[in-house]
Ligand binder design. Structure first.
Ligand code: HEM
Length: 193
């Protein structure tokens, strides 16, 4: 039964407001959960894809090219290793040069990430951008990147350490290349100093 003076209508309105507030917060929670799930699924997929990529990486230049001697590179020296001028493909991430020849399907001329071949890929990876303008022609000290972007560069660096051979440092202008001993040269190339 309804209370006199229309109080029942007020009560009904309050109940409706409360219900819509609950529905809204429920929807927000669902949205956040969905975003989290999608992010987790993407990371899992990336991990799986990386592993299967490693297993499939046979039958290419990487099979017959000798392991590269440890050495440092200027930006200009690095650019020759684009898989075309020189069949080996190198790229730099966060100051470290990696031999990514076994990932030719990614970094070869027709690969989706071919723009990184022979280049310092840090800025493109940090900003998740594959445009030509995402990479600088001159040495890039990355000093304008924000904390999240720098964290992303470090994550990429770790992924490259895991998958590819570390070859040496990318030299800043004015830096001298290190002289690597035979011992440093023959030890596991995937480990940096
Ligand atoms: C919609 C956009 C994108 C999709 C769907 C995508 C998808 C993928 C997939 C499936 C892989 C793993 C492939 C495999 O291991 O077989 C991968 C790897 C990779 N992606 Fe993307 N990607 C996208 C955008 C980007 C962008 C914008 C960048 C860089 C700016 C990027 C950089 C990379 C790199 C560096 C790898 C690792 C390749 C390696 O293992 O050497 N991706 N991507």
């Amino acid at each position: 039964m309804e209370a006199p003076g229309g109080a029942g209508v007020d009560l009904d309105l309050d109940a409706e407001e409360a219900e819509s507030a609950v529905t809204l917060s429920g929807a927000l929670l669902n949205g956040a959960l969905l975003a989290l799930l999608l992010f987790a699924a993407y990371r899992l997929y990336r991990r799986w894809a990386r592993r299967s990529g490693r297993e499939r990486a046979a039958g290419s230049e990487a099979d017959w090219l000798p392991v590269m001697k440890r050495r440092d590179f200027t930006l200009e020296q690095l650019r020759e290793y684009d898989g075309v001028q020189i069949p080996r493909i190198l790229l730099a991430v966060n100051g470290k040069v990696f031999d990514v020849t076994k990932g030719k399907k990614f970094y070869g001329r027709d690969g989706p990430y071919g723009i990184f071949a022979g280049r310092d890929a840090s800025r493109g990876l940090a900003t998740f951008c594959l445009d030509k303008d995402a990479l600088r022609e001159e040495y890039d000290d990355l000093s304008d990147l924000n904390a999240v972007q720098m964290e992303s560069v470090r994550e990429w660096e770790m992924q490259f350490m895991e998958k590819y051979d570390y070859v040496g440092r990318l030299l800043k202008p004015g830096d001298e290349p290190s002289e690597y001993t035979d011992e440093e040269d023959t030890k596991d190339h995937s480990k940096q100093d």
